[in-house]
Structures are given as structure tokens and as C-alpha cells.
Design a protein around this ligand. Structure first.
Ligand SMILES: Nc1ncnc2c1ncn2[C@@H]1O[C@H](COP(=O)(O)OP(=O)(O)O)[C@@H](O)[C@H]1O
Ligand SMILES: [Mg+2]
Length: 314
């Protein structure tokens, strides 16, 4: 691509170390089951999305690349996470290492059927200092990706900066948090069917449910993308409503981090100049490839170099 426009993606968000334990079936309350260690590695929605954007590639040229704004604790997990991010080529210059607080952690219990249960301990992610989110963090960014694992004040500050600088905001409201009037500029707001339902006070499970709720969802942001697992995603813009089906993967091993793959690749594609609908198709494809491998960030190798197969370029 020859354009001199910035293609850089900045992700503002959480960084965790995930420990994945495998079990035959998810334990019931009070039940003890034997498991095995499946993987320990980088996780957290911010880190995952940054890696996904980096693996998808943001193209050559001025200002390309992916940077992460976040925080880890001054501990071995934090050092390991930073090392891992650097390996993927994510710029971590704006990741703070905070004293007296632990690096975020997630315990993922994964069944043989690919279902999971996840416990997240926020740690340093919750201690992120909004005062350090200055203009220079978003300067040169074409797109910024946000999620609900850091304090809402951090996301609101990022949204205001993005508006001021004309940076496109991809807002993954997972988990749902209150961003007040700042949410309106999300383009798109990305939520799964459960989060979408929480936002409008309805129960949404199918493409039909989301389609029926489109008028209410449309009012939330400039555009809205509702993801529906194996059913793909529904894109709602002021002009249109499109169901983007997910390709059927060869196998479903672990869906952890699939939503993050989608958001990171979406931000990268928008930064590269893809139209929203084409960017969503690319992102859905990447997410559906990521479920064929174990782990969150680790599973994104499944789509490295495979997103341009049979696709149109921007
Ligand atoms: N079982 C699956 N088969 C194919 N694609 C999947 C599957 N699960 C997830 N995906 C892909 O990952 C995307 C996000 O998954 P989803 O479950 O909606 O997000 P979340 O993990 O946030 O609930 C989907 O839009 C789809 O592209
Ligand atoms: Mg889901």
C-alpha cells in the first residue's frame, strides 16, 4: 500500500497471564475433577487484541505497527508477558510496570468439548493510571481498540482523545461497562450476543434475535457488530444490516480468545483501509481459524498469512 496515511493500531487494555487447565468435563459446583495443564501464556483482552492485530499485519509504510497501552506488575509474570508481546512485534513502550500490584491473571478451565470457564484477577490492569493516557499515545494511530477489562475512566479518556484526533475507535465492551455518552462514537461497538442483550435489556441468542433488536442496537453507536460464536456476526450500520457467517473450522479445540482475534484483526483491517464490511469478513475468518488451536494469543498463529487467501485488498 502506498498511502502515507497512518496505519498504526493502538490497543488500550488489559494484559494477563493465562493458565489453561484441561478437564474431561467442566466441574459442577462442589465437584473435584482431575485436570492437566494445557498451556500457560499471554492473555488479557488488550494483549490478545494487540497480538491479533500484529499477526494480521498492518501493512508496510509510515506509522504501521501495533502498540499497547496498559500495565503489568513488577513480577515474573509481567516480565514474561512483555517478552511475549515483543516477540509478536507489539510495541510495549507504553506498558507501565507498577510496583505493589500483581500482573493480571486468568485461570481458564477447558473441557474436551471446547467449553470454558474463566476466572480473571485484574491486578495491575485495574491500577492503570488514566493520567498517563496522553495525546501522544494515540498520535499516528489510525484505529484504537478498547475493551471492558480496564476502568471505564481509562476507556472514556481514550474515546475523548480518539474523537479529538480523528482516530477510529473499535470498542469491545466485554465485559459490559458504562461509558456514558462516549460510547456513541464507537465505530463499531463490538459485543457478543450476551453483552448485546445486557446493553438493551433483552435476551439475544440467535441471528434472528439480533436482527429483530437491530433498531435498539443501532442507537448505541455509529455501528454495532454482534458476534454469535459459530454463527458468525451481525453488522448493524445506519444504512444496513448484514449477517456475516463464520466459516466452519476443521475442528473446534478452544474458543478462548476468539472474540479478541476478531476485534484485533478488525482494528488492523480498518487501519489498513478496508471498508467496514470487508474488515468484518476478514475478522470473522481470523476468529474462526483461531478456534482450531489451544490458547488465546497462542492460537492466532492459525491465521498468520492466511487472511489474504481469496480476499479482496482495500
Ligand atoms: N465454534 C465456532 N466455530 C466457528 N467460529 C467460531 C466459533 N466460536 C467462535 N467463532 C468465531 O469467533 C468469533 C467470536 O466468537 P464469540 O463466541 O461470538 O465471541 P466471545 O468469545 O466474545 O463470546 C465468532 O464471530 C466466530 O467468527
Ligand atoms: Mg461466545
Amino acid at each position: 500500500m502506498e498511502s502515507a496515511a497512518p496505519q498504526r493500531v493502538v490497543v488500550v487494555g488489559s494484559i494477563n497471564v493465562d493458565e489453561v487447565l484441561g478437564v474431561a468435563e467442566l466441574p459442577a459446583p462442589g465437584e473435584t475433577v482431575l485436570g492437566r495443564e494445557r498451556a500457560t501464556g499471554l492473555g488479557g483482552k488488550g494483549a490478545n487484541q494487540a497480538v491479533a492485530a500484529a499477526v494480521a499485519g498492518t501493512g508496510a509504510g509510515a506509522g504501521s505497527g501495533v502498540a499497547l497501552f496498559g500495565a503489568v506488575g513488577a513480577d515474573a509474570r509481567g516480565a514474561g508477558a512483555l517478552e511475549e508481546l515483543a516477540k509478536y512485534g507489539v510495541d510495549t513502550a507504553r506498558v507501565a510496570t507498577l510496583d505493589d500490584v500483581a500482573t493480571g491473571r486468568a485461570l481458564v478451565i477447558l473441557s474436551e468439548a471446547g467449553e470454558n470457564e474463566i476466572i480473571v484477577v485484574g491486578g495491575a490492569n485495574q491500577a492503570l493510571d488514566v493520567g498517563t493516557l496522553t495525546r501522544d499515545v494515540l498520535r499516528d494511530a489510525a484505529a484504537v481498540a478498547l475493551q471492558g477489562e480496564v476502568a471505564p475512566e481509562v476507556n472514556r479518556a481514550a474515546l475523548r482523545l480518539a474523537a479529538e484526533l480523528g482516530v477510529r475507535a473499535v470498542v469491545n465492551l466485554a465485559p459490559v461497562q458504562d461509558l456514558g455518552g462516549d460510547l456513541a462514537q464507537a465505530d463499531p461497538l463490538v459485543v457478543n450476543e450476551i453483552e448485546a442483550g445486557q446493553l438493551i435489556g433483552a435476551e439475544l441468542a440467535t441471528v434472528q434475535d439480533v436482527t429483530a433488536a437491530a433498531p435498539r442496537l443501532r442507537a448505541l453507536a455509529r455501528s454495532v457488530l454482534v458476534t454469535l460464536g459459530a454463527s458468525g456476526a451481525v453488522l448493524i450500520t445506519p444504512e444496513a444490516l448484514d449477517h456475516v457467517p463464520a466459516p466452519r473450522p476443521d475442528r473446534v479445540v478452544d474458543t478462548t480468545g476468539a472474540g479478541d482475534a476478531l476485534v484485533g484483526v478488525l482494528a488492523a483491517a480498518l487501519a489498513q483501509g478496508f471498508e467496514l464490511r470487508a474488515a468484518v469478513q476478514r475478522a470473522v475468518r481470523a476468529a474462526s481459524l483461531s478456534v482450531t488451536e489451544v490458547g488465546a494469543a497462542a492460537s492466532y498463529e492459525a491465521f498468520r498469512g492466511r487472511l489474504d487467501e481469496g480476499a479482496v485488498t482495500p
